[in-house]
Each structure stands twice: as C-alpha cells, then as structure tokens.
Design a protein around this ligand. Structure first.
Ligand code: UDX
Length: 441
C-alpha cells in the first residue's frame, strides 16, 4: 500500500518506518526542512532502540521517503496518518492547531478517496472536527478514523510490530476493510483489532494512559505509607500484583511519572471532563500525588543534610524520564536538579543518552560526566533518577572509594537494601527502610 504519515516526531517516525518494514511505501511529511533533509540523508533524528536499522534499510530500499511538500506526500496514497503534536495549553486542554491546520490543507489537496487517521492523542470529538475541516474544501468521499497509538518509548518498535491490540474508531465499512488489511501483518499472533466508533476510540487512549498513571500514583502513595509504617513496598507490590485482577506490571513506585504522554493526557482528560460539567476527582489527585512524589526524594536529601545543601556536590545517575530513551520531557530528574541548584548545591550528571537534551536546559549550570564513575568523584551523595540497566549492578567498592561520603538516594529502587546495608552505605529509597542512618538522624 502507499501510505502518507504527516509529522515525523516519535510517533510519526516509528509509525512510518514500521509500516515500511512490512512492504508498504511510506512517504513522511514534515514542515521542518532541516529535519526532512537529515532524514533523507539517512540521519535518524530520535533515539529509539531498534529503529535506526529499520530506518536505514527501508530508506535504502526506497520504501521510506521524506518531503516537506504535503501535495507530493499525498500522491497515490490511500491512507494518511496524522502524527502531529497536540501540546497542552495552560489549562490542560490539548491544542489542535497543528492537527486542524493540516486537515484544512489536506481538504484543499484531496482529489480522490482517502482515509485520514488521527494517530495523535486527541480529545473526544476531534475526528468530527477533522472531518469538518476537510469537508470545507472537498466534497468527495473520504473517511476520518481514530486509531490511537499505544507505543512506549524505548520499546516503540516492538510495540508497533507486535501490539497488544489495535483500536480503530470508525463506522465506515470501506475504512474497516482497508485497515484490517493494513494491520494484518502486525496481528498475526492473534491479538485483536478492536473496532468501535470514533469517540470511543479517542476516549480509549486517554482512559488507558490515565489508568496507568493512576496505578503509579496509587503505588507512590502506598510507598509513602510503607515509609511511615515500616513496611516494604517491594513486598506489598508482589503481594498485590499476584492477584490477576491487579496484575504485576506498572506497580513500581519511584519519583513520579514523566514523559510526553502521562502528565499531558491526565490533565487533558480532566479538562475534557470539566467541559462536560464533570469533576474527574480521582485524576486531580493523580497529578497532585505525582508532583509531590517528584520532590519527595529532595525532601529526604534535605532531611539527611539538616536542610543545608549549600556547597554540597551531588552526583545524578540518569536524566531521561525513563530508561532506553533520550527523552527528558517532564523528567522528574529535572525538578530534582533544579531544587538542588536552588538550594546552592552543585550537580554532576551522567546519562547514557539524554545529556545533549539536558544541556539545552541547564547549560553550564551543571556538569556532565563521561562515565557513571567520573560522575560521582568527590560527591557528597549519589542520586539515582533513572533506572538504566547499567546502574543496576555497579562496582560498589569503586563507588565507595570515589564518593566523599557513602550516601545514596535511590529514586528508582534499583539497589538491594541488604546489599547496601552490608556495604555500609547510608541508603534511602522509595517505600523501603533506610539503612545505616547517621548518628544525628
Ligand atoms: C506511555 C504509555 O505506556 C503508552 O502506551 C502511550 O502510548 C504513551 O505513554 P511512555 O510515555 O513511553 O508510554 O512511558 P511508560 O513506559 O508508560 O512510562 C511512563 C512513566 O511512568 C515513566 O516516567 C516511568 O518511569 C513511570 N513508571 C512506569 C513508574 O513510575 N512506575 C511504573 O511501574 C511504570
């Protein structure tokens, strides 16, 4: 099939590349000329494990192409994906100017039947708005479908190639037939394509992300209770997770969820609720708990240092909002670092992928190390802010020899409490007991 993907961000580039991988011809359109030139020349613009190889192969085999010209991009294609940003406004509402702007432009260019697919996370009712924007200038047959993505950064290629499910919001039989064919190769293992109306599909995406965010905030509150009651959140997590109704996954407490989706989507759903005069109370709490949790680790640090962080040096392992990505959008590490700097401390950070992005925010206000060990030299404490695999089994003796004092604040529970105790670290994590308390605490 010939497919157009408008927008070459995380979602657009993964979608375009993975659709080309199964033999489709995909033309990706973006208004950013520099980005398009890079992509045309084989330079990938995002870090996503496994993507580069597929990108290079499909570019070489000419199944994947890039243009800034929407007209050229639409030529001969029957399926058009919109993978455009929907940035949050001050009030949490999703800004549809990019989506509707492109829809308007498509309406002016259409000459024959096409399916226009909303891949972006958009408020309920957007498919109707996109339809209206196209119909202003085109009165032939076309369909607008809601087909939300459920890609996790870091495993997006795997998620695209073997999705748990594909949700397609349309009542058009023609669109259903074409999309069943398009997605056939991706659901060979038997995972379902779930057809529904456009509004339900749009809400499904928000409901999925809001539910997952709720799970995390709930566990972060349980972790707070564990710290106060002397229970161990790892045990509680295992204890509840083996109940199939709860499930084992997504129950890990930490320093709060970040990323481009959860914070934005939770707020957008609250905003949508307000628009229909509904108070989505649980989600306000989910956001509030998350904000609190982001600075919880800083409170622990302040308490340990008797509220005096001036002149202290902190080593931060991990900057990305989660492992296996260079994405730092809404990353809890940023808030932690800002709070430390405001208190007069200095920071040296290490991250395997996200350093360049963080440099753009903090410039030379913080230092960056080439290796995780360089980072901790002479630091007053080590802070773990992202659970990259390489942090899980470090050389603890080396850490002991490099740190000024043996102090670790672990925001992701990557280390074993008993090992830390034996090694002699003062160790604080989330929802588990602290070990080797200093005398003055
Ligand atoms: C999420 C959804 O999972 C995906 O389906 C959707 O399409 C986009 O949003 P992503 O933002 O890539 O994907 O990250 P995800 O792996 O879901 O993690 C989100 C945040 O939750 C991260 O900050 C992560 O550290 C945090 N998290 C996750 C926890 O704190 N605890 C957990 O148990 C799981």
């Amino acid at each position: 099939m010939k497919i157009t993907v408008v927008g070459t961000g995380y979602v657009g580039l993964v979608t375009g590349t993975c659709l080309a991988e199964t033999g489709n011809h995909v033309c990706c359109v973006d208004i950013d000329e520099r980005k398009v030139n890079k992509l045309r020349n084989g330079q990938i613009t995002i870090y996503e494990p496994g993507l580069e190889k597929l990108f290079e192969r499909n570019l070489k085999e000419e199944r994947l192409s890039f243009t800034t010209d929407l007209k050229e991009g639409l030529e001969d294609s029957e399926i058009v994906f919109l993978a455009l940003p929907t940035p949050p406004g001050e009030d949490g509402s999703a800004d549809l100017k990019y989506v509707l702007g492109v829809a308007d432009h498509i309406g002016k260019l259409l000459k024959d039947y096409k399916i226009i697919i909303d891949k972006s996370t958009v408020p309920v009712g957007t498919a109707e708005k996109v339809h209206a924007a196209i119909a202003k200038n085109y009165n032939g047959e076309f369909d607008v479908v809601s087909n939300p993505e459920f890609l996790r950064e870091g495993v997006a290629v795997e998620d695209f190639m073997k999705p748990d499910r594909i949700v397609i919001g349309t009542t058009s039989e023609r669109a259903k037939v074409l999309l069943t064919e398009l997605y056939g190769p991706y659901v060979r293992q038997g995972n379902p394509i779930i057809f529904m109306d456009e509004r339900s599909a749009e809400l499904t995406k928000y409901a999925a992300n809001a539910f997952l965010a709720t799970k995390i905030s709930f566990m972060n509150e349980i972790a707070q209770m564990c710290e106060r009651l002397g229970a161990d959140v790892d045990m509680v997590r295992k204890g509840i997770g083996s109940d199939e109704r709860i499930g084992k996954r997504f129950l890990f407490p930490g320093i709060g969820y970040g990323g481009s989706c959860f914070p934005k989507d939770v707020k957008a759903l609250v905003y949508s609720a307000k628009e229909v005069a509904y108070d989505f109370a649980i989600l306000d709490a989910v956001t509030e708990v998350n904000e609190r949790q982001k600075i919880h680790l800083v409170s622990k640090i302040r308490r340990y240092f008797n509220n005096d962080l001036a002149g202290k040096k902190f080593a931060v392992w991990g900057l990305a909002f989660k492992p296996n990505t260079d994405d730092i959008r809404e990353a809890p590490s940023l808030e932690i670092i800002s709070a430390l700097l405001e208190s007069g401390a200095s920071v040296c950070a290490f991250d395997p992928e996200a350093v360049n992005n963080v440099k753009q925010i903090f410039g030379d206000r913080i230092n960056f190390a080439e290796t995780q060990y360089d980072c901790i030299e002479n630091a007053d404490a080590l802070i773990v802010a992202t659970e990259w695999n390489e942090f899980r089994t470090p050389d603890f003796d080396k850490i002991l020899s490099l740190l000024k004092d043996p102090v670790i604040f672990d925001g992701r529970n990557v280390f074993d409490v008993q090992v830390m105790e034996k090694k002699g670290f003062h160790y604080e994590s989330i929802g588990r007991s602290s070990v080797n308390q200093p005398k003055f605490v």
